[in-house]
Design a binder for this molecule. Sequence first.
Ligand code: PLP
Length: 363
Amino acid sequence: MSTPKRVFNFNPGPAALPLEVLETAQAELLDFKGTDMSVMEISHRSKEFEAVIQTAEADLRELLGIPANYKVMFLQGGASLQFAMVPMNLRLAGASADYIVTGSWSRTAFKEATKLGTTRAAANTEKESFKCLPASLDLDPNAAYLHFTSNETIHGVEFFTEPTPPAGVPLVCDMSSDFISRPIDVSRYALMYAGAQKNAGPAGVVVVIARDDLLERTPANLPVMLDYKALAASGSLHNTPPAFAIYIVGLVLQWAKKLGGLAEVEKVNRRKAELVYKAIDESGGFYRGHAVPEARSIMNIPFRLPSEELEEAFAREAKSNALIGLKGHRSVGGIRASLYNAMTAAGAEELVKFMKEFQKKNG
Ligand SMILES: *Cc1c(COP(=O)(O)O)cnc(C)c1O
């Protein structure tokens, strides 16, 4: 078999998947586990699919160390639907919810929650152009929950230590873009959610991990497809789940386990990010990172060049060197390198080599 031609994929999401995962999916496509059907063509109530979803959950529990009193759900509607489901389920009647706003995604989560009830910003770093983490938090001791976004995919700021909510206030996290990128202490969170298409699989499935007692808050009149309690009770099988997406997430989890677990995954992620930040810091100001050093994400690295013309040329020439997906988000501009789990160290090294050559030519 010849090695397939692959690019170095720095896309922010949907994003690169491990080659091994794609090869397994390819090998199993026409005949999934002796069924003579693909996994897309079997019943979601068959024993074969039951094994897929149960193994994915067990592997996720093992990788993240999820305690027994938490439910794992594989849902649809992306992280964006969670922006609504979180307040619908967790904000008890009359209560207010606190949000830490550190970038585009947490700002959107905050706005969605505001449509549905009382919402407060416990911090907002928009005036600082979302370059940093908040210096302090203004926390409501009676909040229904405290929501934060562990990694801001567009602005490239990441929390490496969870904010501490007041006693008894559940901590809720949008973990879409740094999910399974490093070990975390799940017991510090009441609920977390992550769209799979950044680090954990393809678009179409969002993973929700919720502590049992939170599910008791769900109001009785919620439509079932928005109801955590009902969805958890059905084992994510109330209706037809995104079976293929869940299958791929399962393969990604097995791949992460084979790498040695999340401590090993984090080591590689840190090495890749260090390489790119070093190239930025040693460029004498030619490349300028968006985030302040203390808040730098190891997943998404947005940076600017001296002019928009140079930024366009950078993205264009990178592409012709098989370095794909480096154009920054339209709201921030510039360049963004997304270095999710599936990006290899070799990919980060190629990017750094290209950055140095580009600067030599244009600096
Ligand atoms: C991509 C992303 C989202 C939106 O995810 P969808 O699955 O497209 O709804 C939300 N939050 C963060 C942090 C993201 O990176």
